[in-house]
Design a binder for this molecule. Structure first.
Ligand SMILES: [Zn+2]
Length: 84
């Protein structure tokens, strides 16, 4: 559930980054950038890749850290203890 939330957050952020960079990267060459601005697109792609790798690392380490921990709470009538 948390991983899905992170996934949506990173996807949304990446879409915003992509839109901003696309608007910039397709400008024609100018005196400061005589070869055009397309390399900004490549740089943004690397940034998005790093964000996705960080997300994957967080989800993976979170899942591994919970391995072997206590089980899910029991459902049903209350026994006075919510964890067993
Ligand atoms: Zn420029």
């Amino acid at each position: 559930m948390v991983a899905d939330g992170y996934h949506s957050l990173v996807d949304g952020s990446n879409n915003v980054i992509g839109l901003i960079v696309a608007a910039f990267a397709f400008r024609p060459p100018d005196p400061d950038h005589p070869y055009g601005h397309r390399k900004f697109e490549t740089a943004a792609t690397g940034l998005i890749g790093i964000a996705l790798l960080a997300l994957a690392w967080d989800v993976l380490t979170g899942a591994l850290s919970r391995t072997g921990s206590r089980p899910f709470p029991r459902s049903g009538p209350s026994t006075g203890r919510s964890w067993r």
